[in-house]
Design a protein around this ligand. Structure first.
Ligand SMILES: Nc1ncnc2c1ncn2[C@@H]1O[C@H](COP(=O)(O)OP(=O)(O)OP(=O)(O)O)[C@@H](O)[C@H]1O
Ligand SMILES: [Mg+2]
Length: 400
């Protein structure tokens, strides 16, 4: 995602430009300015990858600004827009590199942006050398094979385990929109009343400040969480396009996004699955859950690239309540795929942590189940997570 700033004193054209840019998934509208005089200051501290200057509100002031921008930021690409061919020509003489004539359509802006950003990107760094896109950002989606198998428990504790690494910025998105409960396991401060519904409602006006305020933070771990809608009635207003945009924007600020999906295979869930780099399909060693793993693998296998990302995780291994005598070997035969990881049953630690509102890494850092989450994160990323379980490479119950 590349950052773009626009200046256009005319509200109507500025709004249509903003709407156009919101339809382009590789740019982030970083700043919008209504005054030519202020624009240079607005972008001074963190210049974007591209600026767009609309000339028609005041041609002279606009040209003066372009001259100033090209002197202060010689490598910053400037795209100008106008009805007036003469003005466009003059803007090129003052330092603009690209231009578009009004009216500007989506296709026009797309190709201009691709050209401008493609020619000038040279990596993910901005003019100031600040990294603006986190190219290593990883998205993990968690999907349960039936209700209550521990999907949310794994999402929360995997996220908290990853967040323990100071190089990580981790956000957990509760996409179990109607009945999600990830926030119960995380006692958070601030942003009490902001949820994904507010982001969806303001999708056209989202800026980085609003986005940051929308995520609540768990103090003990530094993990951020975007909650499910507070009112179940708001679920209908959240569409897959919202999820797509929100995930893409959050990837700019976070190294790891963990998506706790619903079991409804809704369009929002499918978007999460498509956007994920890895999908953890959570199951338990019992018939209904394993049968659903087979059904889900079959169903998701219909779409290119999904099944390859799926890793089956068995939760509550060793639970007395699971008495069907199904071994890991048998489960692997049934689903036709290796079990990627196994998480031990530990009701005392898991329920205690949930009641306390703190992930296991804080509540029971030495428990076998927390060690298993460390192992899981290592297995997923092929490198040690902070506070790792040095003793056993693939965790307590992991396959060797
Ligand atoms: N490894 C574990 N050991 C013991 N108890 C566990 C473990 N994992 C999850 N649980 C318990 O199982 C119950 C269901 O867990 P959780 O809410 O995480 O499941 P879920 O799949 O997200 O459920 P839902 O279908 O409601 O979304 C909770 O009471 C939780 O404490
Ligand atoms: Mg859940």
């Amino acid at each position: 995602m590349q950052r773009v700033a626009i200046v256009d004193p005319t509200e109507s054209t500025r709004e249509s430009l903003r709407t156009l840019l919101l339809g382009v998934d590789f740019v982030w509208l970083d700043n919008e300015c209504a005054r030519y005089e202020y624009f240079a200051d607005v972008i001074q501290s963190a210049p974007p990858e591209l600026v767009i200057v609309a000339l028609d509100a005041d041609k002279n002031k606009a040209l003066q600004l372009i001259q100033q921008l090209s002197a202060e930021h010689p490598t910053l690409p400037i795209l100008t827009i106008s009805h007036d061919h003469q003005a466009l020509l003059q803007s090129l003489q003052k330092g603009a590199k690209y231009f578009l004539t009004h009216p500007v359509g989506l296709q026009d802006i797309l190709s201009a942006l691709r050209r401008a950003l493609g020619e000038h990107s040279g990596g993910a760094s901005s003019q100031s050398g600040r990294i603006t896109q986190n190219t290593t950002s990883s998205v993990v989606a968690l999907l349960g094979s039936r209700g209550g198998v521990g999907t949310t428990t794994i999402a929360v504790n995997l996220a908290a385990t990853l967040a323990a690494d100071p190089n990580h910025a981790v956000a957990l998105l509760d996409l179990d929109l109607a009945l999600g409960d990830a926030d119960i396991s995380l006692e958070v401060s601030g942003s009490e009343n902001i949820s994904i519904a507010d982001l969806a409602h303001n999708i056209e006006r989202l800026d980085m400040n609003f986005l940051r305020r929308a995520l609540a933070k768990h103090e003990g771990t530094g993990l951020s969480i975007l909650r499910h809608p507070l009112e179940i009635g708001q679920v209908g207003m959240i569409h897959e396009q919202h999820v797509d945009r929100i995930v893409n924007l959050l990837k700019m600020s976070y190294t790891n996004l963990i998506l706790d999906l619903s079991k409804g295979l809704l369009p929002t869930d499918l978007t999460g699955l498509r956007m994920a780099d890895q999908i953890l399909l959570v199951a338990q060693l019992e018939l209904a859950s394993l049968r659903n793993v087979v059904r889900l693998l079959h169903c998701l296998g219909g779409e290119d690239g999904l099944v390859e990302k799926i890793r089956v995780v068995i939760n509550r291994q060793g639970a007395e309540t699971i008495e069907e005598g199904i071994s890991i070997k048998k489960a692997e035969e049934v689903i036709g795929k290796p079990i990627f990881w196994q998480i031990p049953n530990d009701s005392k630690s898991v329920i205690g942590a949930r009641v306390a509102g703190h992930p296991l890494i804080k509540f029971a850092p030495k428990s076998a189940v927390q060690k298993s989450f460390v192992g899981l994160s290592q297995a997923m990323y092929g490198k040690p997570a902070s506070g790792g379980n040095k003793g056993s490479k693939r965790g307590w119950f992991g396959r060797g």
